[in-house]
Design a protein around this ligand. Structure first.
Ligand code: ADP
Ligand code: MG
Length: 319
């Protein structure tokens, strides 16, 4: 049973007072006639989501950043956060650095931390984030339309490469490891991109569990399928210095590496040029990787254009 089965079986009910409940990057609550509140929560647990000895500054940044990524995926302007934290003990040096990282991220994205809860326990950080969005402009997972282009921001797989090195599976050059490590420990939530996509995209999700897994949530919610062409990815996105990884391993990192916190979104073909301009303006790679199709399911053509067996990548859960 996956976490999604648990959520579906035990925690999903039709909402009585909200526009959108369980099942998207954030829930939506109507605030007057013109504005909606987007609400989401994400928890980081030591030993599950991060190593217990992770740099506390980076952990503070990342705990908020992963929540902001869900606001970005909705096209919401993040404004308020609460912090619930369980600490094994009171370590002033650790807390000082953690709060410095947390507020560096809060200041960068102009978010107020307005409350929370503090208790003793195994190190666990749970943040709830709230943001605003004009009514009707939220980028829902269910909004994809037939023949939409499928776009991805940034460079996928970097965090997964850093993790693979930390787990002793490969050895990157020092400069490549520095870059991948930054992606793993200090993700940059694509809030400005999400805001700009409100009027350009039909649907969006942030990539936290790997592109295939997260795109499949859009496809399921929109009752559509997709074809991806990895050879459309600009070469700059690959990491050939990644210790002799073959094409299949590179494709696997791009498609199923976790912790990217980039956005995957779908947009009408008419928005293509404007999206390329937007990427230039934001100094962010935006890559059109494929198309939404009528047939449910996901077809992937690999870096050498051959068709990939996505079951081999561990994606037999998407039917
Ligand atoms: P994301 O990766 O965008 O943070 P998740 O995969 O964690 O989203 O969750 C999927 C959906 O299920 C979201 O809408 C989330 O709010 C909801 N959800 C997760 N856990 C629970 C829970 N325990 N009770 C109610 N809703 C939940
Ligand atoms: Mg999300």
């Amino acid at each position: 049973m996956s976490e999604f089965d648990v959520i579906h079986q035990y925690f999903t009910r039709a909402p009585q007072h909200s526009e959108l409940g369980v099942g998207d990057d954030a829930a939506l609550i109507k605030l007057g006639a013109n504005m909606e509140l987007a609400v989401s929560a994400d928890m980081l647990v030591a030993g599950t989501h991060f190593f217990a000895d992770t740099d506390p500054y980076q952990l503070g940044w990342k705990a908020l950043a992963v929540n902001l990524s869900d606001m970005a995926a909705m096209g919401a302007q993040p404004k308020w956060a609460t912090l619930a934290i369980a600490l094994p003990n009171i370590n002033h040096a650790w807390l000082g650095e953690f709060s410095r990282g947390l507020f560096a991220c809060a200041d960068r994205f102009m978010v107020d931390v307005i409350g929370g809860d503090t208790t003793r326990g195994p190190l666990t950080i749970s943040i709830q984030i709230m943001g605003e969005i004009p009514t009707g402009l939220a980028l829902k997972r269910s909004g994809a339309q037939l023949h939409d282009d499928i776009w991805v921001s940034g460079r996928l797989g970097l965090a997964a490469l850093a993790l693979a090195q930390l787990q002793g599976q490969l050895r990157l050059s020092p400069s490549a490891f520095a870059c991948c490590s930054a992606a793993l420990h200090s993700p940059q939530p694509r809030v400005e991109l999400g805001l700009a996509l409100r009027t350009l995209a039909h649907s969006a999700i942030d990539i936290s569990d790997g592109l295939l897994a997260d795109l499949s949530h859009i496809l399921q919610a929109s009752h559509l399928g997709a074809t991806l062409h990895l050879n459309k990815w600009p070469q700059a996105c690959y990491w050939p210095e990644a210790a002799g990884l073959d094409l299949a391993s590179q494709a696997k990192l791009l498609l199923s590496g976790g912790d990217d916190y980039e956005l995957c979104f779908t947009a009408p073909k008419a928005a293509h040029d404007e999206l390329l301009q937007l990427g230039k303006k934001l100094a962010l790679d935006l890559c059109c990787l494929g198309e939404i199709t009528r047939d449910s399911g996901l077809l992937v053509h690999g870096l050498d254009n051959s068709r990939l067996d996505i079951k081999e990548l561990g994606f037999d859960h998407f039917k």
